[in-house]
Unconditional design. Structure first.
Length: 524
């Protein structure tokens, strides 16, 4: 059944109601259909969303996540991502992980949560990152005398340098030899005071080049944490003239490789021995626009493949006020462990580069990692379950090893090899994120109209099942549902009505969307 949506939602509602009335004996305008619904026709959908595997987290992390989630009421995947990003940021300077012989790399993780603004990511980040902020503040205070000494020494050095340059200028002006003073200037350059390295770990909305500069000149371990990833993905650093370079820069930081940033107007610099964590929340339209603007680069370069992606359902509208707990026992323990990691001396050499210790897998953990790697690899061939996200899947085993190393360090410290338990937890979580990537990128591949219908269908079923209802007012649907644009919502309802998955009725000016009971009972 094809309906002329362009004539407006009122016409759409009227046409659907009239056809239902004619075919089922339902009076137009009554609003609630009688008799039996036809069997709903199948809708080409993305893979089914799986619940976040909270039990895969070690108890020391899981209990803190559940404690915060109980108060903040943000999506569980978002809360857990904030906790894991904080652990990654604290520990990445101290450890690399060896997956196999000659396969050794960083433990820093990239997280990307696709969610609407207002899902409380900033609140979640602040709960878990408090020890990191306190650590940075304490280091700034501790290093203030050293910084003051450096500034005085630099001023004195600059005065000497200015004096030598002035002597050279005067000698040249009077046509006298300048060789001795030029040598003096060369020697003076060797004595330029070096700025002290004061740990700066967090960057909010830095461009990739500014981030690289901070890692090269301030502290070689950092993290980009933002609840508005559009500021990062939409920055001038991601413009068409620089996006390829900056995506490559972030990729190399994830890989832990050295890189040189060439500048035209200021001094070029090299980043080596640096580690990076990223934790971003992005709205779906912003991410889709980023894909459109960068073309195939964001996936073709492997940039998005490095992220642990989550696309959780919103909790907005389901967050009644809860008084803050008086005590936070599990979060307190989380903070204590994070603080202990941060206060361990970071292995920074004389060139300002990190030299992390190597964490190796136990024999059992290595066998489990190989099994996971091979299981993923087997699905990358044409026709395999992961063929459409093989770029993401190819990084999944690497991310699993990173997660396992972080779990091991957070629970047991730096001394032991990575256990089988840590690896099994990590592969479970990595598999879930891989499923989320497949679900998200699978929907992006759908035609726009069908993608909207798919999202609306999933949302309606979840909403009605959670509320124990079988219908929703159209105005409520537009306010709280996944499609706020009226035209897109109309098209999606039309698509679902044509497949007998929903029924639109009118009672006066009130428009109501009814859901086929077979979809709510699980019989379809």
């Amino acid at each position: 059944m094809s309906l002329p949506v362009a004539e407006g939602f009122d016409v759409l509602a009227s046409l659907v109601a009239q056809q239902v009335a004619a075919s089922r004996g339902v009076a137009s305008g009554v609003g609630i259909p009688t008799g039996h619904w036809p069997a709903p026709e199948p809708l080409r959908t993305k893979p089914t969303a799986e619940p976040y595997p909270i039990d895969a987290l070690p108890d020391s992390i899981r209990l803190a996540v559940q404690e915060v989630e109980g108060f903040v009421k943000a999506p569980l995947a978002l809360v857990a991502g904030s906790a894991l990003a904080s652990i990654s940021l604290a520990a990445q300077a101290h450890i690399d992980v060896e997956r196999a012989d000659k396969l050794c790399g960083p433990t820093g993780l990239f997280f990307l949560t696709v969610a609407d603004s207002g899902e409380r990511k900033t609140s979640c980040d602040s709960f878990f990152s408090q020890p990191i902020s306190a650590f940075e503040a304490a280091k700034r205070i501790d290093m203030q005398p050293v910084l003051n000494t450096y500034r005085s020494s630099l001023e004195a050095w600059e005065s000497k340098r200015a004096g030598v340059k002035e002597r050279i200028k005067n000698l040249a002006k009077n046509q006298k030899p300048t060789g001795d003073m030029e040598l003096a200037l060369l020697e003076l350059e060797k004595t330029k005071p070096q700025a002290p390295r004061i740990p700066r770990l967090t960057y909010a909305d830095a461009t990739p080049e500014a981030l690289a500069y901070g890692l090269a000149h301030h502290w070689p371990s950092g993290g980009v944490m933002s609840s508005e990833a559009g500021v990062v993905l939409g920055s001038h650093g991601m413009g068409k003239d620089s996006v390829m370079r900056n995506l490559g820069l972030l990729n190399q930081l994830w890989d832990g490789k050295a890189l040189t940033v060439d500048r035209r107007s200021t001094e070029s610099f090299t980043v080596a021995g640096a580690r990076l964590t990223i934790g971003l929340q992005v709205q779906e339209p912003t991410l889709t626009e980023f894909f459109s603007r960068t073309g195939a680069l964001s996936r073709g370069t492997g940039f998005l493949a490095r992220f642990l992606l989550a696309w959780p359902p919103s909790t907005q509208g389901q967050r009644p006020f809860t008084q803050a707990p008086t005590h936070w026992p599990y979060l307190t323990r989380f903070h204590d462990r994070l603080r202990a990691i941060l206060e361990s001396t970071a292995p920074v050499n004389e060139r300002g580069e990190l030299t992390p210790r190597i964490m190796r897998l136990s024999a059992q953990a290595h066998a489990a990692w190989v099994d996971f790697h091979n299981a993923v690899e087997a699905e990358l061939a044409s026709g395999g379950e992961l063929y459409d996200v093989r770029d993401v899947a190819s990084k999944s085993a690497d991310n699993a090893a990173r997660l396992a190393a972080l779990f091991q360090v957070f629970d047991q410290g730096f001394g032991e090899a990575i256990s089988l338990e840590a690896m099994e937890r990590a592969t479970t979580l990595a598999a879930w994120h891989l499923s989320e990537s497949r679900r998200f990128f699978g929907e992006l591949a759908l035609p726009a109209e069908l993608a909207d219908a798919t999202r609306l269908d999933c949302w309606l079923i979840d909403y009605c099942q959670s509320k124990a209802v079988d219908a929703i007012n159209k105005n409520q649907l537009r306010q709280y549902g996944p499609l706020r644009d009226g035209s897109r919502l109309d098209h999606a309802i039309q698509e679902l009505a044509a497949l007998e998955r929903v029924l639109l009725t009118r009672d006066g000016k009130r428009l109501t969307v009814h859901i086929n009971p077979a979809l709510l009972s699980g019989t379809s």
